[in-house]
Design a protein around this ligand. Sequence first.
Ligand code: PLP
Length: 354
Amino acid sequence: MNSVRASAPQLADITPYDPKYLPARAYLSANENPCDVETEVRNEIKREINKVAFNRYPDPLANELRDMIAEANGLDRDCVLVGNGGDELLFDIALAWGGPGRKFLNMPPTFSVYQNNAELTNTEVVDIPRLADYTIDEEAVLSRVARGDIDYVIVTSPNNPTGDLADERFILRLLDATDALVMVDEAYFEFSRGTVRPYLAQHKNLVILRTFSKAFSLAGVRVGYLLGNPEVIREFLKVRQPYSVDAVSQAIARVVFRNRAKFERGIMQIVSERGRVFRELSQMPGITAYPSNANYILFRAEGAGEVWQQLYDRGILVRDFSRAPMLQDCLRVSIGSPEENDEFLAALREILPK
Ligand SMILES: *Cc1c(COP(=O)(O)O)cnc(C)c1O
């Protein structure tokens, strides 16, 4: 047969995820850490990988790593689940709490992966758009969940791509207003220092998502994790791929987690550079920069598509959201090394009309 029948109908409107990762001199488009893992830690990783038996299946639950994460967070092992990046766990929430006849409450503009996963699993997406300044429309969310038919909610804090933190008091009110599973996506919490972890003990419907991809320089390795109630984690165990986190990734993540204090300086530099880039952006005519608690800044510039191109022509890759819903004329720049940030700012000054 040289033809094939149509794939599942829910795929019809989905476009494959494309990070538009083009070759560039300064990669400021994917919120990665500008510094790779330092040599000393890398050498420790090599020794750890040397001990891995490649012919054996990995520990399906990455229990050694799981125990380290649990201990650091004052939790038991069964409150932690390690995944193949945060992305796997975001797919798993749609499998476990979504599905035909079920509803996901989304707060766009936010991470597009959430909506995609809902569509793939035939979950209805209930959008409560953010306000004009991109903060959450808290009252609208609370009154919508009060109707009692929402199955899961994802609160991104700091939000990607807008950078704002969700108000902790709002998250608490949300947790009390619904028995829907509320995931707080803390992919960038190391840059904001805010976490709702203390609320896990009192709120069975709270689950927290974290990742090694941003603050811990492991975007290329694919490790993320959940913190949650054992009853919730158990449901995730039912839908996950048994061996999704390979033995090499487990070994790398263990070493990095053990050495996490060594990443502190880099995180502090990103936070201080974020302040500098924000101040400089705010002073540029025609630019509106949105305050950020993460390692990136969203900014609006007239003719953003053209600005993106001219930055790219100068070797600087940022993320173009200018055609995304609610993000007209917006670009997102990840905080890079001080030199990369200088290059970005100088290029932008050159490009903008005087
Ligand atoms: C980067 C990111 C993640 C997880 O990324 P992984 O690399 O899959 O761990 C999750 N949520 C948000 C909002 C992100 O930006």
